[in-house]
Design a protein around this ligand. Structure first.
Ligand code: UGA
Length: 459
């Protein structure tokens, strides 16, 4: 039979909410995105997305009337069959996520819940076990004294998100798998219906998001609530560990005269290992890996379980940032008064996100040792210069500008535009033409030829 379309409400027009909303609306579902930020909603109604994500504006336009925005959840909620909670959960000082926004979304859902069966899906990154907590908040706000009555018309499910910033739309529309989890088989069925179109091998999104070559049908994993929640944390922990392992090997490779890029290729061709997420460098950053690995350790601790592997992955990752200081010290001997140019502030290319970005940490560690920092980023520059106003970092409008007069350059983000900079010219304007390629991204021969002393990671 044809696609059974669903009425969806999404709380939160941040990264996950907006990309999920646009994708679901493109599939034909009727989506209302709600947010308490009136300015954001007004801008979205005008077709302007408040976040930078490749192709999002185009997909929103294609979604057309299926994608609506409102500050008032009540009308859409009374008819909603699926509600996504995709509000922010920023880390607090103690490392735990701040769940205030999730709490107020859950209460709002409870107050406005319709009479039909509604599946509430937590897309916000919440601690394991939060499903039941959200359910109790909804029950309380709905006036259903007995949670068993609530369960006749509302069910909390988990549907973890595996999207990466910068390729979010492809990750949503062409996922490796879809995971749904709930105690209620009906809820899992509703969510399977939601994803039905993209599970098919024949599914293609618009031309600007082509189907990856050779991609088969998408498997659906339907399980219980806690397992679905854990799949997300376990997957991120695995990826963190994979990156940290290759960095750990890289640090040895460097000493014994081996090349980590060759080692990673040699390892990655083993189908049991796989070649992705084996790029050695300055390690991971971003809003997810650091936060999720810390949350996993914290949850385990509540059950008196230690997670030494995840702890070690974190330790290796953050130590990797010190490598830059060590390597520059080796070369320059003294950092005080030296000028270091930083290429890339975003935690990875194709995003303007600077949360937990290695570049910022590295800049700070160099500033602490008396160095002067001038930094560039093709997309995150505005955001960084607003947020880091008092950090002492100076921001340059171009890569050439931050090279001028510098004693060293450090490439911290592998932006495509950094591949072919006018290196010869830049080397000439530097006080000392030294470059540390923190992502093993540049062509060593090209840089050496341009007059640079070239350093990289793990080789
Ligand atoms: C990550 C996961 O990849 C997603 O599957 C997950 O949904 C998301 O977190 C989340 O929990 O929401 P994201 O943080 O957007 O996505 O970015 P990644 O592409 O995974 O990169 C993370 C960091 O790892 C970047 O700083 C990147 O430079 C670094 N990295 C990645 C490496 O250092 N080496 C690699 O080989 C790969």
């Amino acid at each position: 039979g044809g696609l059974k379309l669903l009425k969806i409400v999404i709380y939160g027009t941040g990264y996950v909410g907006l990309t999920t909303g646009a994708a679901m609306a493109f599939l034909g579902h009727e989506v209302t995105c709600v947010d308490i930020d009136e300015a954001k909603i007004a801008s979205l109604r005008g077709g302007k997305s408040p976040i930078y994500e490749p192709r999002l504006d185009e997909l929103m336009e294609l979604a057309g009337g299926n994608l609506r925005f409102s500050v008032d959840p009540a009308p859409a909620l009374s008819e909603a069959e699926v509600v996504f909670v995709a509000v922010g959960t920023p880390p607090m000082a103690d490392g735990n996520p701040d769940l205030t926004a999730v709490q107020s979304a859950a209460s709002s859902i409870g107050r406005h819940l319709g009479l039909g069966f509604t599946v509430v899906v937590n897309k916000s990154t919440v601690p394991i076990g939060s499903g039941h907590w959200v359910e109790s908040l909804i029950a309380e706000a709905s006036g259903e004294g007995d949670i068993r009555n609530l369960r006749n018309r509302c069910c909390v499910a988990s549907n973890p998100e595996f999207l990466r910033e910068g390729s979010a739309l492809c990750d949503i529309l062409y996922p490796d798998r879809v995971v749904v989890g709930s105690e209620n088989p009906t809820a899992n069925e509703v969510l399977a219906r939601l994803y039905e179109p993209i599970l098919q091998q024949s599914f293609t999104a618009p031309w600007f998001l082509p189907r990856p070559e050779g991609m088969g049908a998408v498997p659906l994993v339907a399980t219980d609530l806690a397992s679905a929640e854990l799949i997300k944390y376990a997957s991120n922990a695995f990826l963190c560990t994979k990156i940290s392992l290759i960095n750990e090997i890289g640090n040895l490779a460097e000493k014994v005269g081996a090349d980590i890029t060759h080692i990673a290729r040699g390892m990655g061709l083993d189908a049991r290992i796989g070649g992705r997420f084996l790029q050695a460098g300055l390690g991971w950053g971003g809003s997810c890996f650091g936060k999720d690995s810390a949350a996993l350790i914290a949850t385990a601790k509540e059950y008196d379980i230690r997670m030494p592997i995840v702890e070690a992955a974190r330790e290796v990752n953050y130590a990797q940032r010190d490598l830059v200081v060590t390597k520059l010290l080796n070369e320059l001997k003294i950092l005080k008064g030296r000028t270091v140019g930083i290429l890339g502030l975003a935690f990875k290319p194709n995003t303007d996100d600077i949360r937990d970005a290695p570049a910022l940490d590295i800049a700070q560690r160099l500033i602490d040792r008396g160095a002067r920092i001038q930094a560039h980023d093709p997309i995150a520059l505005d955001r960084a210069s607003c947020q880091l106003n008092h950090s002492g970092i100076r921001f340059g409008p171009t890569a050439e500008a931050v090279a001028a007069g510098a004693d060293a350059l450090v490439l911290t983000t592998d932006w495509a535009m950094y591949r072919d900079l006018p290196w010869k010219r830049m080397a000439k304007t530097m006080a000392n033409p030294l470059i540390l390629d923190g992502r093993n991204f540049l062509d060593q021969a090209q840089l050496v030829n341009a007059g640079f002393r070239f350093l990289s990671i793990g080789r």
